[in-house]
Design a binder for this molecule. Structure first.
Ligand SMILES: *Cc1c(COP(=O)(O)O)cnc(C)c1O
Length: 398
């Protein structure tokens, strides 16, 4: 029996569901890039991007995915031979650090495993031990999308400040921006990177680097920065084309305009609150199912869980089997287990993830959870009862 025909739901942690408003805004012919509406609209995006990042500082827009802005941010503050500290809470810290290595920097990884957020005291003691201040930057990931661990960035800044070490605090908010609370200025973040295809609900293709004065000073004294990645001209362009080092990503900008309008209309704090309630509904169902079977949230501590993505453990081969069932039988695509391979489970078949970032509401999450429960019944995966009731209660109380 195939029950998948109907509107599919792509519940992976990026790209996220695209709103009709975004799609409609993008559905148009090529605009004039030399004058008129597009230029005016783009300059108006900058204050709204800063609003979402909670910063008064600068932002540079790149035609790039998350990997592109990882490199853009690093290219503006690191020179070959520079030492950096990389707390890793899953796969993405290693990814960003690896990119820094490619640029000639020397990362030191502090691995917190796949089930924990950053222990800020460990980072502070690494900085304390660096008496000559050779470490130029700490590269932190706010929400690691593979483990769904969320780290306390304000606490990290506090611990760094207590050591008196001048290293820059650079944060990857690619999975968390527009989903989990993030306060660039209040939390003292020097550089932040994000992309458009997760909480910002736009197809992949534009990314952002936010930076403060301290980071701008570091940029100024670097002997050279590749002109395409250089953020100086992009943040303060004299000519519109400088903002993009060439042709603007016209349709993405129209889509982004529509997405930012939706966020402004709802209110950023309401966007965060919606993600929090939906995440709590997922946790409640997961805990009920886990009471009678192998279903388990990857992150035990609720304070260290993302509100945008949830990594789950269920044991091989159930993770992959369940994903296949929900997609083929019910039209629901779940995220694969990422970075979780072990000797016993080289294909990460015991893992999967829910993406619940951006354009997601209560009925979608209830549908997702009930579909997962149906899959567990169909596949004879043991699980506790009351998962849907527990999730409904969370939503009803909100
Ligand atoms: C998605 C993601 C990336 C990579 O972004 P791409 O657009 O796929 O290059 C990096 N870091 C985090 C935390 C992410 O969620």
């Amino acid at each position: 029996m195939d029950l998948s025909r109907g509107r599919p739901y792509l519940a992976i942690p990026g790209p996220s569901v695209m709103p009709e408003e975004v799609l409609r805004a993008m559905h148009r012919g090529a605009p004039n890039i030399y004058e008129g509406a597009l230029m005016e609209m783009t300059y108006g995006l900058l204050p709204d991007l800063k609003m979402v990042a909670r910063t008064q500082h600068e932002v540079a827009i790149y035609i790039a995915n998350g990997h592109g802005v990882w490199e853009a941010a690093l290219a503006n503050v690191l020179a070959p031979g520079d030492k950096i500290l990389v707390p890793a809470t899953g796969r993405f810290g290693f990814g960003w650090g690896g990119m820094a290595e490619g640029l000639g920097a020397e990362p030191k990884y502090v691995d917190f495993g796949r089930r924990n957020s950053i222990d800020v005291e460990k980072i502070a003691s690494e900085l304390d031990a660096d008496k000559n201040h050779e470490i130029k930057a700490v590269l932190a990931v706010h929400v690691d999308t593979s483990s769904s661990a969320k780290s306390d960035i304000a606490a990290l800044r506090y611990a760094m400040d207590a050591t008196g070490h001048p290293a820059l605090l650079m944060v990857d908010c690619i999975a968390s921006l527009g989903c989990d609370q993030f306060e660039m200025d209040a939390w003292g973040v020097d550089v932040m990177v994000a992309a458009c295809q997760k909480g910002l609900m736009v197809p992949p293709g534009v990314g952002f680097v936010f930076f403060n004065e301290k980071a701008a000073e570091v940029r100024k004294v670097l002997p050279r920065v590749s002109s395409y990645w250089d953020w100086s001209g992009r943040a303060q362009p004299e000519m519109y084309y400088q903002l993009f080092c060439g042709t603007a990503p016209t349709h993405h900008l129209f889509g982004l305009r529509a997405a930012l309008d939706m966020i402004k209309d709802e209110g950023l704090e309401n966007v965060w609150a919606r993600h929090e309630v939906l995440a709590k509904a997922i946790w409640a169902a997961s805990e009920a199912w886990g009471a009678g079977g192998p279903f388990e949230l990857n992150i035990a501590d609720p304070a260290a869980r993302s509100h945008a993505v949830t990594a789950l453990r269920i044991g091989a081969p159930y993770g992959t089997a369940l994903r296949r069932w929900t997609q083929d039988k019910a039209g629901l695509t779940l995220g694969i287990g990422l970075g979780m391979a072990t000797e016993d489970d080289p294909g990460s078949d015991g893992f999967f993830r829910f993406g619940h970032m951006g354009h997601v509401n209560a009925q979608m999450i209830l549908g997702l959870l009930a579909t997962v429960q149906s899959g567990m019944v169909a596949l004879d995966i043991p699980h506790g009862s009351g998962g849907i009731e527990a999730a409904s209660a969370v939503l009803a109380r909100a």
